[in-house]
Design a protein around this ligand. Structure first.
Ligand SMILES: [Zn+2]
Ligand SMILES: [Zn+2]
Length: 335
């Protein structure tokens, strides 16, 4: 039987990539509704760190992380229509919803209690092959190399949803707190739509990148931006930044928290942080229509995507570098 290289996390804990174990496994078999995808690039997302370190409770053990997978369809389940071998396909975080609950019924499948996720409930892309239900696979925009497409599939889609959830008005002033993979894509979408973007991050290299991409200003993680904000997105997993971000909002402004995991938020002062109809809201995963909308946007507006390639055999090092904040842009594993 053919075997493949994969990285799995059996027992969460440790720091960075310490708990990833290198394995040789049989190739996964696609079910009737699935695609088998030969992985050509697999993004490393902060959520993978939360899975590996146990910040997210284990859903499957051992599990292969990775939910930003770009590959080539190498086998098609017998019940699948519309996909052929050899086509390029993307695998993202959301891979199952029930389609019958009240949330699915109103177009909020991201809130489906029966949802399942790639690299958490099912094996993901830190491997040479991965399986995805065909209904949850994405067609990918042309004109981008595989390595650059990978971060679009989570960082890009989540950033896009967070931007929409921030209710930024046309031509508005947007604050972005934290400037990694997701933020640098959301910033470009906002700027392409005419927003003025202010970036708050502790990393001098990220500040430089923000300005190079066209941000109106860049400053320290908790510094006040040079003008009041209509909307803000918190990408850094740091609850203490909720306070300065709310303070920076203009009356009626909205702060959207993009992360799946956030450290504790310190007590808020009602007058100072929330009154005047400021809104604080979370962003939870995404719907497939968010994904399709964002990928169509990426087809129409060439995005600049900062990636750092690692061979698949160095997945543990890539995750550790992300943990230690040493990756400027998005780390991508190449089998
Ligand atoms: Zn549902
Ligand atoms: Zn992710």
């Amino acid at each position: 039987m053919a075997s493949m290289l994969a990285w799995a996390v059996a027992e969460p804990g440790g720091r960075g990539g310490e708990r990833l174990r290198r394995e040789h496994r049989p190739l996964p078999e696609p079910g009737p509704g699935d695609l088998l995808v030969r992985v050509r690039a697999s993004g490393v997302c902060r959520t993978d760190l939360h899975v590996v370190m146990g910040d997210l409770p284990p859903h499957r053990s051992p599990v292969v992380p990775g939910h930003e997978v770009v590959g080539e369809v190498s086998d098609v389940g017998e019940a699948v229509a519309g996909w052929r071998t050899g086509e390029r396909a993307g695998i993202a975080w959301l891979r199952h919803t029930d389609g019958t609950c009240v949330y699915c019924g109103r177009g909020a499948e991201n809130l489906c209690p029966a949802s399942r996720y790639t690299g958490w409930d099912a094996d993901g892309g830190y491997a040479e092959y991965a399986v995805v239900p065909a209904d949850y696979a994405y067609r990918l925009p042309d004109g981008y190399p595989d390595e650059r497409l990978a971060p679009l599939l989570c960082a890009g889609i989540i950033g896009y949803r967070a931007l929409r959830r921030s209710d930024l008005p046309p031509g508005g002033r947007l604050g972005i707190y934290g400037f990694g993979g997701s933020a640098h894509l959301a910033a470009q979408v906002a700027m392409a739509e005419g927003a003025r973007v202010h970036v708050m991050t502790r990393s001098p290299a990220a500040q430089e990148l923000a300005l190079a991409l066209g941000a109106a200003s860049a400053q320290g993680a908790a510094d006040p931006p040079p003008e009041r904000l209509d909307a803000a997105i918190l990408f850094a997993p740091a609850g203490e930044l909720v306070l300065p971000a709310l303070e920076a909002l203009d009356r009626g402004g909205t702060l959207a928290v993009a992360g799946i995991h956030l450290s504790d938020i310190p007590p808020l002062d009602y007058d100072w942080h929330l009154f005047q109809e400021r809104t604080l809201r979370s962003v939870t995963a995404n719907t497939r229509s968010d994904g399709r909308e964002f990928l169509a946007f990426a087809q129409a507006h060439p995005l600049h995507i900062e990636t750092v390639a690692y061979p698949l055999s160095d997945a543990d090092a890539a995750l550790t570098d992300l943990f230690e904040d040493r990756v400027n842009g998005a780390a991508v594993l190449i089998p």
